[in-house]
Design a protein around this ligand. Sequence first.
Ligand code: PLP
Length: 258
Amino acid sequence: MKTALSIAGSDSSGGAGIQADLKTFQALGVFGMSAVTAVTVQNTRKVYDVQEMTPEIVRGQIRCLFDDIDIHAVKIGMVSSIPLIRAVAEALGTVSPPPVVLDPVMISKSGYRLLKADAQAALVTLLFPLAEVVTPNIYEAEALVGTSIRTVGEMETAAAGILDLGAKKVVVKGGHLGEAGATDVVYDGREFRRLESRWIETKNTHGTGCTFSSAVAAHLALGFGFFEAVTRAKTYVTGAIAHALAIGKGHGPTHHFH
Ligand code: PLP
């Protein structure tokens, strides 16, 4: 059986973070493992608090797994501070890792900062070089390239800018553009592709970014090539949105950043 490791934060409500990743791995037939970077206190309404793990504990989880188990893909999600980013880079830097999918998690849909303001540069310089693909949403892509994005054409410009920052491949996810946002832009440095799906009107989108990136990792672990892996991940996350469980009293994304 193929295996995948999620290096990410815990979402106590079970919809995002480590919990979403492990459910995705399981659903796609990949044995899932986790290195927890932080524990969030969170329900469907919002993130109330965060406790980061120590760098030693994060490094230790990753190293002991690589010492012992064949790992076929890695997904990196929430890594909130410079010391934790360094710990992940150090741990992966010594093991020649399998394909790494980096979801540059910055802010929750409820508006909580999951990446400290001073840590974005470290994420780029230390983790981008380790990643096979980086999967920002519109907001994260805007923060990375420093321009606003309103169209699919601007998503492509941003994708090229993200490769200039050191990423090998990128998927810019369109969801935050609203109804025009069912298109994701994929760029591998040579060719742009657009992943299209129908727009699904729903408030149940919490954790979709985590689910998409872990689905890419699962498909890479299973041996699919890059474009096939992202296409299948898009299909998987679209199905997950269409069939999402409506739990809790939260009101869904607030789009606070536009
Ligand atoms: N909590 C954790 C631990 C996460 O990793 C993420 C996103 O990546 C979130 C919460 C936020 O999820 P969303 O923006 O879908 O609400």
